[in-house]
Design a protein around this ligand. Sequence first.
Ligand SMILES: Cc1ncc(COP(=O)(O)O)c(C=O)c1O
Length: 396
Amino acid sequence: MISQNIKSKLAGGSAIRKMFEEGNRLKALYGAENVFDFSIGNPDLEPPREVSEALRELADNPTPGMHGYMSNSGYESTRAAIAAKRSAESGLEINAGAVCMTVGAASGLNDILHSLLDTDDEVIVLAPFFMEYSNYIANHNGKTIIVDTGDDFMPDIDAISKAITPKTKAIIINSPNNPSGVIYGEEVLSSLNTMLKNQDHVIHVISDEPYIDLVYDGLTVPAALKYIDNLIICFSWSKSLSLPGERIGYTLVSPKNEDYEDLTAAIVLSNRILGSVNAPAIWQKVVERSLNAKVDVANYEYRRNLLYDNIIDAGFDAIKPSGALYIFMKTPEGLTDAEFSAICAKQNLLLVPGASFSRPGFCRLAFCVSEQTIRGSRRAFYAVAEELGLTARKEQ
Ligand SMILES: Cc1ncc(COP(=O)(O)O)c(C=O)c1O
């Protein structure tokens, strides 16, 4: 018999998955070109040239043992290259020992949480947030403490401070953010650090950074390493190099972290005992050779603009995302997110209600879908707006 724990999770299901299945059902009924499915954030750009070149080179020039077991933290040369890159961006002296190669960010986050949490320890997350955080925290018997961000989706330092208890072990931040697309500025990071350093016990900041390279409008993401001391970074190439199926990422403990020695050792052990053992060997070599490459970010920016214009022109409201792959649009007044998404579904327009990110009043749309889908959806947005009596800001 399966555990009660997993049984209750199976019964809960995932709103995004359900939406995905609904999308497939509608596509079979009406044809794919008439369904505007913005529910799943699957990066759809091809990886950059550096990735296929590295793969070819590795296949053509095999070295003895290249498919063998290795240190649980990964290849020294890959970790040293990452450490050098992060040193250059932060001005800190970071060495390979700070880095542990992981099976994507999902595994990195689990390694970090396993390393930090005793039963009932608390982890603060900032709503809206990537819903898997609660599962990952529960995996290690921790408790998720949800703190709302402000209207601009920026961390509210006072609210975070009020949520801290003697059991608070960590806070997870995610910038650029899934689902809001906002980037946390230097001042926010500094004040978070100051507030946390004034507490009477160490509280780690876990910076989940899978979208750090997907940034628009010429903006840059402030390096958390510069502003936060008790920092643990979790990075993944799922989005930067469009490799979500290959499962490759890393964790990095800041040299300023008060628990540096214990944490670096604990994360490597967690990587082993949680079952990853080590990150995929070939992909470590590939990312080492592609460290400064990224997908065609301008292409995502172009599609962000198209989708954002559809939403705004039709008469809806949304904060324009500065990064990541999503627009978190406001649910029109007087409707619940479920009611609004049901009205959208009548026009074959699929989006994810904000409850899935613990932030009702909004719905998420992923813009990593074809340009044709985004262009085709314009009439659906106008049809929904008309049904709701909204005034369009521009001609359809
Ligand atoms: C905020 C955030 N963190 C972590 C992940 C997991 O990424 P990975 O594919 O590297 O496990 C995702 C995936 O969408 C995400 O959006």
